[in-house]
Write a protein that binds this ligand. Sequence first.
Ligand SMILES: Cc1ncc(COP(=O)(O)O)c(C=O)c1O
Length: 391
Amino acid sequence: MASLYHFPKSLSQNRHICARSGNPSHSSHAIVSRNFASQGNEFPCFRIGVAGNSNQTEALSDSAPVFDVPLLSCSEAIERLRSSRENYKGKQKFLAMYSSVFGGITTDPAAMVIPIDDHMVHRGHGVFDTTAIMDGYLYELDQHLDRFLRSASMAKIDPPFERETIRRILIQTVSSSKCRKGSLRYWLSSGPGDFQLSPSGCSDSALYAIVIQDQYSPDQKGIKVVTSSIPIKPPMFAMMKSVNYLPNVLSKMEAEEKGSFASIWLDNDGFVAEGPNMNVAFVTREKELLMPHFNKILSGCTAKRVVTLAEELVRDGKLRGISMRNVTIEEGKNADEMMLIGSGILVRPVLQWDEQIIGNGEEGAIAQALFNLLVEDMKLGPLSVRVPVPY
Ligand SMILES: Cc1ncc(COP(=O)(O)O)c(C=O)c1O
């Protein structure tokens, strides 16, 4: 079998070594060749093969299948990271990153990496949260920070710093990025150390943060959702924002495969739960704003703020009340309005759930009013929800 581990001792002196694969169709052969081809051949490379001793490598004929894997210096690897980023399909720009591992902030995207032995990478032992940056303010930073630390505690991650220090680092990272519109995403991890299951070999927990520029304005156009066939996470895991988002990713992919925007989870008792990265709310025929409570799902910062802002609609007589309780699928599908709520989408009306048209099939007045209230709150709300960034 092909092995990339048995490098002859002289490898560091000899930068071109050729050897053959026992099975030319072996997948590792294909992968290495493809990666190499896509990166160009501007660096010295090894032509690495398979079995046998190092003498055999000299004897290989030109027709033998070969691996061409370059051995890179640190600066060459960084240079490749930089150029591979330029080829990314995504349009998002990463403006600054903080890492407690290197103990500072960088604005060079090539350096925005985390160690592979970090247990968040290879064991999923990490939690995260996101805060929107709007016109130079961090929206609901403290609310997200509270949830972040709650998630860390549930995941038994002891943060490397006190809350105030984390807060200061996050604000300073945004300040260094000069970003005025986008999002700040941050992680707490059990940290680098080894590849064991237990984090006991990790010397320190780690904090990472990244600033993502985003000029996008949330869409208010109504969307379609489907019921997720991917199992929902058990409450203990759904209530913390850990990095284990595989069910969420599969659920989103399922929706996209069905031409929908999101899949909606039902909980194990069949009640409406949440979407893969958003909460769900309804306006009943009696004009009540209805939301599943947060005892089995993620406590959404945006949904909680929407509940507070919706009180204005109750005062104006547009809503008769607000309620958080179990919601059956029938109640949800027969509602006047349905909407998704989250910091990424704000408030997005749902016009169809599976085959069921919601209400009259058009964007509803309450979803629109809540969206407007939320945008106004992000731009002009009190300082309890808007933390100014000192640029
Ligand atoms: C599973 C899940 N539910 C709900 C939400 C909405 O939370 P928030 O409003 O704090 O963004 C998110 C956000 O990412 C989420 O991942």
